[in-house]
Design a protein around this ligand. Sequence first.
Ligand SMILES: Nc1ncnc2c1ncn2[C@@H]1O[C@H](COP(=O)(O)OP(=O)(O)O)[C@@H](O)[C@H]1O
Ligand SMILES: [Mg+2]
Length: 361
Amino acid sequence: MKRNIAVIFGGRSSEHEVSCMSAANIISWIDKSRWNIIPIGITKEGRWLNTEKLESIRDGSWVDSKVTAELSPDASRKSVIMTEPSGEVTDVPVDVIFPALHGKYGEDGTIQGLFEIADIPYVGCGVLSSAVCMDKFYTKLIVDSIAGEAGVRQAEYVGIREYEARDMDAVVRKVEERLSYPVFIKPSRSGSSCGVTKALDRFQLMEGIERALEYDSKVLVEEFILGHEVECAVFGGGFQKPVASGVGEILAAAEFYDYDAKYNNPNSVTVTDPVLPGNATEVIRRAAVRIFNALDCYGLARVDFFVKESGEVIFNEINTLPGFTAISMYPKLWEAAGVPPTELVERLIDNAFERYKETER
Ligand SMILES: Nc1ncnc2c1ncn2[C@@H]1O[C@H](COP(=O)(O)OP(=O)(O)O)[C@@H](O)[C@H]1O
Ligand SMILES: [Mg+2]
């Protein structure tokens, strides 16, 4: 008998469109002979809609769906409540959830909390690790405690809170005491490079902080790292010892890997198994698993680093629901390691059930 899997996508984050692209791929990779797929799109306003056709996710017309599909928090129901325009209501049972969401309210532990309340198994990291990994500021604090033993370091940084930015002169002094230009400025909780800028001088620093504050009330100003930009995929957790894929490199067709370079510029290329200085590849693969464990990750995460020409490896950030778009590294890296996307998706779903069994204790 086929079981029901809900794939949730869209959402109220700045990565709404990216999530739709990820969901369309994930749905196309799920084995239809084993699973009934219930696609649930969350609009930018936060409405939960059911959509029948994969095409409607690709072309964006799903937002016109007239059928609402709301996950019930009622643990005794374990279902999605579908409401037709006629007012007819049906309870559709859900066996497992694949959140194909990125960023705020999708990757930050909030929706994972709803899944826990609803008592339904779900793919990926739990509440704590999702919340910590979403917050670059907090991630730094945790990774600092293991960076040495993991054999990597992090970029030097200054953290700024919104109230501090009211006295911009003091903020500039604080940054300039610790870092020299150029610097990178980023919202603590964002993604897909939204709100990330590079500043060459004081003026651009102030502009960049204002811009990052549009995305989050916490902002990081970081040392600029010149090097290869590389990513490593981790899978596992629970009964399965986490394993790292090979390493992939991003060759951004812009000054850095901004939103446009990521999703709109066909000249941005990703390569698997790049030639990296020294033994960087092995350092990265080991560090990726250590960081995954330190942040209490489960199921999947993509761990991103920089590698300097000297061979030095610098941890940049971790993504607990990495992209599954056509250009995304997570599925690409596993494919390069011999795990095709259809199998990867199946393994992730199995893994969701394993965690559920663990939490029954
Ligand atoms: N400290 C840094 N030095 C150099 N480039 C950086 C630095 N931090 C970020 N970048 C560039 O900005 C991009 C986006 O920053 P990142 O920290 O990965 O945030 P996001 O969560 O939005 O992906 C990176 O992919 C990289 O190209
Ligand atoms: Mg990134």
